[in-house]
Design a protein around this ligand. Structure first.
Ligand SMILES: *Cc1c(COP(=O)(O)O)cnc(C)c1O
Length: 360
Protein backbone atom coordinates (compact mmCIF):
# COMPACT_ATOMS: atom_id res chain seq x y z
CA UNK A 1 0.00 0.00 0.00
CA UNK A 2 1.14 3.54 -0.63
CA UNK A 3 0.62 6.29 1.88
CA UNK A 4 -0.70 9.32 0.00
CA UNK A 5 1.69 12.21 0.45
CA UNK A 6 0.76 15.05 2.77
CA UNK A 7 2.49 18.30 3.72
CA UNK A 8 5.13 18.18 6.44
CA UNK A 9 4.57 21.24 8.57
CA UNK A 10 7.23 22.04 11.16
CA UNK A 11 5.20 23.07 14.19
CA UNK A 12 4.92 22.05 17.79
CA UNK A 13 1.36 20.98 18.36
CA UNK A 14 -0.69 23.23 20.67
CA UNK A 15 -0.90 21.68 24.12
CA UNK A 16 -3.84 23.01 26.14
CA UNK A 17 -3.48 23.72 29.86
CA UNK A 18 -3.53 20.40 31.68
CA UNK A 19 -6.92 19.53 33.15
CA UNK A 20 -6.50 16.04 34.63
CA UNK A 21 -4.32 14.41 37.24
CA UNK A 22 -4.08 10.65 37.60
CA UNK A 23 -6.06 9.30 40.57
CA UNK A 24 -7.42 12.70 41.62
CA UNK A 25 -11.10 13.16 40.89
CA UNK A 26 -11.75 16.77 41.73
CA UNK A 27 -8.94 18.95 40.45
CA UNK A 28 -8.44 22.69 40.75
CA UNK A 29 -7.55 23.79 37.25
CA UNK A 30 -5.61 27.04 37.29
CA UNK A 31 -3.87 26.45 33.98
CA UNK A 32 -6.03 27.89 31.21
CA UNK A 33 -7.05 31.42 32.24
CA UNK A 34 -10.72 30.53 32.39
CA UNK A 35 -13.30 32.65 34.22
CA UNK A 36 -12.99 32.48 38.02
CA UNK A 37 -16.68 33.04 38.62
CA UNK A 38 -17.97 30.64 35.99
CA UNK A 39 -20.60 31.90 33.52
CA UNK A 40 -23.21 34.63 33.80
CA UNK A 41 -26.53 33.19 35.04
CA UNK A 42 -28.30 35.07 32.27
CA UNK A 43 -26.22 33.27 29.67
CA UNK A 44 -26.77 29.90 31.35
CA UNK A 45 -30.53 30.45 31.48
CA UNK A 46 -30.91 31.07 27.76
CA UNK A 47 -29.05 27.83 27.01
CA UNK A 48 -31.81 25.84 28.74
CA UNK A 49 -34.53 27.16 26.43
CA UNK A 50 -35.85 25.28 23.40
CA UNK A 51 -33.31 26.66 20.98
CA UNK A 52 -34.25 24.69 17.84
CA UNK A 53 -30.79 23.27 17.47
CA UNK A 54 -32.01 21.03 14.64
CA UNK A 55 -31.82 24.16 12.46
CA UNK A 56 -28.49 25.52 11.24
CA UNK A 57 -27.34 28.64 13.08
CA UNK A 58 -27.18 32.07 11.46
CA UNK A 59 -24.19 31.91 9.13
CA UNK A 60 -23.13 35.51 9.81
CA UNK A 61 -23.88 35.64 13.57
CA UNK A 62 -25.97 38.69 12.70
CA UNK A 63 -27.68 39.29 16.03
CA UNK A 64 -24.47 38.80 17.93
CA UNK A 65 -22.62 41.22 15.67
CA UNK A 66 -25.37 43.81 16.11
CA UNK A 67 -25.18 43.34 19.87
CA UNK A 68 -21.38 43.69 19.87
CA UNK A 69 -21.62 46.76 17.64
CA UNK A 70 -24.09 48.43 20.02
CA UNK A 71 -22.14 47.49 23.10
CA UNK A 72 -18.81 48.86 21.84
CA UNK A 73 -20.16 51.57 19.46
CA UNK A 74 -18.89 49.88 16.30
CA UNK A 75 -20.05 49.26 12.75
CA UNK A 76 -21.38 45.67 12.65
CA UNK A 77 -20.07 45.29 9.10
CA UNK A 78 -16.57 45.57 10.46
CA UNK A 79 -17.07 42.59 12.78
CA UNK A 80 -16.57 38.89 12.11
CA UNK A 81 -17.40 36.19 14.66
CA UNK A 82 -15.49 32.97 14.92
CA UNK A 83 -15.46 29.65 16.69
CA UNK A 84 -13.19 31.17 19.29
CA UNK A 85 -10.96 34.09 18.39
CA UNK A 86 -8.70 31.23 17.45
CA UNK A 87 -10.65 30.67 14.26
CA UNK A 88 -10.50 34.37 13.44
CA UNK A 89 -6.69 34.14 13.65
CA UNK A 90 -6.80 31.13 11.34
CA UNK A 91 -8.97 32.91 8.74
CA UNK A 92 -6.73 36.00 8.91
CA UNK A 93 -3.64 33.90 8.23
CA UNK A 94 -5.36 32.11 5.34
CA UNK A 95 -6.35 35.45 3.86
CA UNK A 96 -3.05 37.30 4.21
CA UNK A 97 -0.19 34.82 4.21
CA UNK A 98 1.62 32.79 1.58
CA UNK A 99 5.08 31.23 1.32
CA UNK A 100 7.69 33.97 1.26
CA UNK A 101 5.77 36.19 3.68
CA UNK A 102 7.03 36.94 7.15
CA UNK A 103 5.17 37.33 10.42
CA UNK A 104 6.58 38.86 13.61
CA UNK A 105 5.52 37.71 17.06
CA UNK A 106 7.04 38.49 20.47
CA UNK A 107 9.26 35.63 21.64
CA UNK A 108 6.82 34.67 24.38
CA UNK A 109 3.40 34.93 22.84
CA UNK A 110 0.15 33.10 22.30
CA UNK A 111 1.11 29.98 20.36
CA UNK A 112 -1.69 30.05 17.80
CA UNK A 113 -0.17 33.02 15.94
CA UNK A 114 2.93 31.06 15.01
CA UNK A 115 1.02 27.84 14.37
CA UNK A 116 -1.47 29.30 11.86
CA UNK A 117 1.22 31.47 10.26
CA UNK A 118 3.41 28.45 9.62
CA UNK A 119 0.52 26.40 8.27
CA UNK A 120 -0.05 29.20 5.74
CA UNK A 121 3.60 28.88 4.69
CA UNK A 122 4.86 32.11 6.23
CA UNK A 123 8.15 32.45 8.06
CA UNK A 124 7.78 33.38 11.74
CA UNK A 125 10.27 35.77 13.31
CA UNK A 126 10.53 36.11 17.07
CA UNK A 127 11.13 39.55 18.58
CA UNK A 128 13.10 39.40 21.83
CA UNK A 129 11.31 40.73 24.91
CA UNK A 130 12.72 42.81 27.74
CA UNK A 131 12.00 41.50 31.24
CA UNK A 132 9.06 39.55 29.86
CA UNK A 133 7.61 42.63 28.20
CA UNK A 134 7.06 43.08 24.47
CA UNK A 135 9.76 45.32 23.00
CA UNK A 136 8.65 47.67 20.24
CA UNK A 137 12.26 48.25 19.32
CA UNK A 138 12.90 44.56 18.77
CA UNK A 139 9.71 44.17 16.77
CA UNK A 140 10.77 46.98 14.46
CA UNK A 141 14.25 45.44 14.18
CA UNK A 142 12.71 42.30 12.70
CA UNK A 143 10.78 44.07 9.96
CA UNK A 144 11.86 43.29 6.39
CA UNK A 145 10.24 43.96 3.03
CA UNK A 146 8.58 40.54 3.41
CA UNK A 147 6.79 41.36 6.68
CA UNK A 148 2.99 41.06 6.35
CA UNK A 149 1.62 40.78 9.90
CA UNK A 150 2.71 41.64 13.44
CA UNK A 151 0.75 39.83 16.15
CA UNK A 152 0.62 41.18 19.71
CA UNK A 153 -1.64 40.14 22.57
CA UNK A 154 -2.12 43.10 24.91
CA UNK A 155 -1.85 42.24 27.77
CA UNK A 156 0.32 39.42 26.58
CA UNK A 157 -0.23 35.76 27.34
CA UNK A 158 1.73 34.08 28.99
CA UNK A 159 3.76 36.97 30.45
CA UNK A 160 0.86 39.11 31.71
CA UNK A 161 2.60 42.38 30.82
CA UNK A 162 1.19 45.05 28.52
CA UNK A 163 2.20 47.81 26.15
CA UNK A 164 0.98 51.24 27.15
CA UNK A 165 -1.26 53.44 25.04
CA UNK A 166 1.74 55.52 24.02
CA UNK A 167 3.82 52.51 23.04
CA UNK A 168 1.04 51.08 20.89
CA UNK A 169 0.56 54.37 19.06
CA UNK A 170 4.30 54.66 18.52
CA UNK A 171 4.50 51.11 17.17
CA UNK A 172 1.72 51.72 14.65
CA UNK A 173 3.40 54.93 13.59
CA UNK A 174 6.81 53.35 13.06
CA UNK A 175 5.55 50.18 11.43
CA UNK A 176 5.34 50.32 7.61
CA UNK A 177 1.74 51.18 6.82
CA UNK A 178 1.05 48.10 4.66
CA UNK A 179 1.92 45.75 7.53
CA UNK A 180 -1.19 44.54 9.35
CA UNK A 181 -0.93 45.04 13.11
CA UNK A 182 -3.08 42.43 14.86
CA UNK A 183 -3.90 43.36 18.45
CA UNK A 184 -5.41 40.59 20.54
CA UNK A 185 -7.38 42.06 23.44
CA UNK A 186 -8.34 38.72 25.01
CA UNK A 187 -7.79 40.10 28.54
CA UNK A 188 -8.77 43.73 28.01
CA UNK A 189 -11.62 43.70 30.55
CA UNK A 190 -9.28 42.93 33.44
CA UNK A 191 -6.91 45.86 32.92
CA UNK A 192 -7.64 48.98 34.96
CA UNK A 193 -4.35 50.89 34.65
CA UNK A 194 -4.56 54.45 33.39
CA UNK A 195 -1.69 54.13 30.92
CA UNK A 196 -3.45 51.21 29.21
CA UNK A 197 -5.99 51.49 26.45
CA UNK A 198 -7.98 48.93 24.51
CA UNK A 199 -7.01 48.59 20.88
CA UNK A 200 -10.58 49.43 19.88
CA UNK A 201 -10.37 52.77 21.60
CA UNK A 202 -7.07 53.62 19.94
CA UNK A 203 -7.45 52.19 16.45
CA UNK A 204 -11.15 51.89 15.66
CA UNK A 205 -10.78 53.73 12.36
CA UNK A 206 -7.43 52.33 11.22
CA UNK A 207 -7.51 50.05 8.18
CA UNK A 208 -4.14 48.51 9.01
CA UNK A 209 -5.04 47.38 12.52
CA UNK A 210 -7.08 44.24 13.20
CA UNK A 211 -8.45 43.63 16.68
CA UNK A 212 -9.35 40.34 18.37
CA UNK A 213 -11.73 39.73 21.26
CA UNK A 214 -12.97 36.57 22.94
CA UNK A 215 -15.86 35.30 25.05
CA UNK A 216 -13.64 32.54 26.46
CA UNK A 217 -12.05 34.47 29.31
CA UNK A 218 -13.98 36.94 31.47
CA UNK A 219 -17.33 36.02 29.86
CA UNK A 220 -16.87 32.39 30.85
CA UNK A 221 -17.94 30.77 27.57
CA UNK A 222 -14.71 28.93 26.74
CA UNK A 223 -16.41 25.62 25.96
CA UNK A 224 -18.87 27.17 23.52
CA UNK A 225 -16.06 28.59 21.36
CA UNK A 226 -16.89 32.15 20.40
CA UNK A 227 -14.75 35.19 19.69
CA UNK A 228 -14.69 38.06 17.25
CA UNK A 229 -12.48 40.17 15.07
CA UNK A 230 -12.77 43.83 14.11
CA UNK A 231 -11.16 45.26 11.00
CA UNK A 232 -11.71 47.28 7.86
CA UNK A 233 -14.87 46.48 5.91
CA UNK A 234 -12.79 45.19 3.01
CA UNK A 235 -10.85 42.76 5.17
CA UNK A 236 -13.99 41.52 6.90
CA UNK A 237 -15.72 40.99 3.55
CA UNK A 238 -12.77 38.99 2.23
CA UNK A 239 -12.67 36.93 5.43
CA UNK A 240 -16.37 36.17 5.10
CA UNK A 241 -15.74 34.84 1.59
CA UNK A 242 -13.40 32.15 2.91
CA UNK A 243 -14.78 31.38 6.35
CA UNK A 244 -16.42 28.00 7.00
CA UNK A 245 -20.22 28.13 6.91
CA UNK A 246 -22.10 28.26 10.24
CA UNK A 247 -18.78 28.63 12.02
CA UNK A 248 -20.29 29.88 15.28
CA UNK A 249 -22.83 27.49 16.75
CA UNK A 250 -26.26 28.69 17.81
CA UNK A 251 -25.86 28.21 21.54
CA UNK A 252 -22.62 30.18 21.43
CA UNK A 253 -24.32 33.04 19.58
CA UNK A 254 -27.22 33.36 22.02
CA UNK A 255 -25.12 32.88 25.14
CA UNK A 256 -22.63 35.49 23.96
CA UNK A 257 -25.47 38.00 23.44
CA UNK A 258 -26.77 37.39 26.97
CA UNK A 259 -23.33 37.56 28.52
CA UNK A 260 -22.83 41.01 26.99
CA UNK A 261 -26.02 42.13 28.71
CA UNK A 262 -24.85 41.00 32.15
CA UNK A 263 -22.76 44.01 33.14
CA UNK A 264 -22.98 43.08 36.80
CA UNK A 265 -21.26 39.74 36.23
CA UNK A 266 -18.45 41.53 34.43
CA UNK A 267 -18.04 44.03 37.24
CA UNK A 268 -17.95 41.29 39.88
CA UNK A 269 -15.39 39.32 37.89
CA UNK A 270 -13.07 42.31 37.58
CA UNK A 271 -13.33 43.16 41.29
CA UNK A 272 -12.73 39.54 42.28
CA UNK A 273 -9.68 39.39 40.04
CA UNK A 274 -8.06 42.52 41.48
CA UNK A 275 -8.66 41.50 45.10
CA UNK A 276 -7.50 37.90 44.74
CA UNK A 277 -4.79 38.62 42.21
CA UNK A 278 -3.13 40.96 44.70
CA UNK A 279 -3.68 38.65 47.67
CA UNK A 280 -2.03 35.79 45.83
CA UNK A 281 0.76 37.98 44.49
CA UNK A 282 1.63 39.17 48.02
CA UNK A 283 1.65 35.61 49.25
CA UNK A 284 3.93 34.50 46.41
CA UNK A 285 6.33 37.35 47.04
CA UNK A 286 6.78 36.09 50.62
CA UNK A 287 8.24 32.91 49.14
CA UNK A 288 10.48 34.90 46.76
CA UNK A 289 8.39 33.91 43.78
CA UNK A 290 8.24 37.06 41.70
CA UNK A 291 5.39 38.01 39.39
CA UNK A 292 4.23 40.85 37.20
CA UNK A 293 1.61 43.31 38.45
CA UNK A 294 -1.99 42.15 38.35
CA UNK A 295 -3.00 43.12 34.81
CA UNK A 296 -4.92 40.02 33.77
CA UNK A 297 -6.59 36.98 35.33
CA UNK A 298 -3.27 35.17 35.46
CA UNK A 299 0.23 35.69 36.82
CA UNK A 300 3.54 34.49 35.46
CA UNK A 301 5.46 33.10 38.44
CA UNK A 302 9.22 33.35 38.27
CA UNK A 303 11.15 30.99 40.58
CA UNK A 304 14.68 32.26 39.91
CA UNK A 305 15.06 33.77 43.39
CA UNK A 306 13.02 31.12 45.14
CA UNK A 307 14.48 28.29 47.24
CA UNK A 308 12.45 25.76 45.23
CA UNK A 309 12.32 25.26 41.47
CA UNK A 310 9.12 25.77 39.47
CA UNK A 311 9.10 22.07 38.71
CA UNK A 312 9.25 21.12 42.37
CA UNK A 313 6.36 23.41 43.32
CA UNK A 314 4.30 22.34 40.32
CA UNK A 315 4.67 18.67 41.23
CA UNK A 316 3.90 19.30 44.91
CA UNK A 317 0.73 21.24 44.02
CA UNK A 318 -0.40 18.58 41.58
CA UNK A 319 -0.22 15.99 44.32
CA UNK A 320 -2.90 18.10 46.01
CA UNK A 321 -4.93 18.36 42.83
CA UNK A 322 -3.94 21.91 41.90
CA UNK A 323 -2.83 22.39 38.30
CA UNK A 324 -0.68 25.31 37.13
CA UNK A 325 0.49 25.82 33.55
CA UNK A 326 3.93 24.58 32.68
CA UNK A 327 5.83 27.10 30.54
CA UNK A 328 7.85 24.51 28.64
CA UNK A 329 5.99 24.86 25.34
CA UNK A 330 6.61 28.61 25.58
CA UNK A 331 10.28 28.04 26.30
CA UNK A 332 10.26 30.07 29.52
CA UNK A 333 12.56 28.51 32.08
CA UNK A 334 11.76 28.04 35.77
CA UNK A 335 8.35 29.73 35.51
CA UNK A 336 4.71 28.73 35.85
CA UNK A 337 1.52 30.48 34.84
CA UNK A 338 -1.23 30.67 37.43
CA UNK A 339 -4.86 31.58 36.72
CA UNK A 340 -6.72 33.39 39.51
CA UNK A 341 -9.44 30.97 40.62
CA UNK A 342 -12.61 31.33 42.68
CA UNK A 343 -12.50 32.00 46.44
CA UNK A 344 -12.26 28.40 47.58
CA UNK A 345 -9.71 27.50 44.90
CA UNK A 346 -7.54 30.46 45.82
CA UNK A 347 -7.71 29.63 49.52
CA UNK A 348 -6.66 26.06 48.83
CA UNK A 349 -3.79 27.29 46.69
CA UNK A 350 -2.55 29.65 49.41
CA UNK A 351 -2.87 26.96 52.09
CA UNK A 352 -0.95 24.41 50.03
CA UNK A 353 1.80 26.90 49.18
CA UNK A 354 2.14 27.59 52.90
CA UNK A 355 2.55 23.87 53.55
CA UNK A 356 5.14 23.45 50.80
CA UNK A 357 7.21 26.42 51.97
CA UNK A 358 7.04 25.65 55.69
CA UNK A 359 9.30 22.66 55.02
CA UNK A 360 12.98 23.26 55.51
C1 LIG B 1 -7.21 32.63 25.59
C2 LIG B 1 -6.72 33.47 24.51
C3 LIG B 1 -7.45 33.63 23.34
C4 LIG B 1 -8.82 33.04 23.24
O1 LIG B 1 -8.95 32.05 22.35
P1 LIG B 1 -10.40 31.53 22.01
O2 LIG B 1 -10.13 30.79 20.76
O3 LIG B 1 -11.29 32.71 21.78
O4 LIG B 1 -10.85 30.67 23.12
C5 LIG B 1 -6.95 34.44 22.36
N1 LIG B 1 -5.80 35.09 22.51
C6 LIG B 1 -5.08 34.99 23.64
C7 LIG B 1 -3.85 35.78 23.80
C8 LIG B 1 -5.52 34.17 24.66
O5 LIG B 1 -4.78 34.06 25.77
Amino acid sequence: MTLPKFKKIEINRYKPGKSKILRIRKVIKLSANESALGTSKKALKVLLKKNNIFKYPDNESTNLRIKIAKNFSLDEQKIICGSGSDEVIQILCQLFLEPGDEVIVPEYSFLMYRIYSKISGAKVKFAKEKNFKVSIKNILKNVTKFTKIVFIANPNNPTGTYLTKKELILLRKKLRSNILLVLDDAYVEYVKHLDYSSALKLFKGKENVFILRTFSKIYGLAALRVGWGYGSRKIIKAMNNIKPPFNVNKLAQIAAIKSLEDKNFLKKSVAHNIIWGNKIKNQLNKYDISTNKVNTNFLLLNFNNCKFSSKYVKTKLEKKGIILRSMESYNIKNCLRLTIGNVSENKKLILNLKRIFSKK
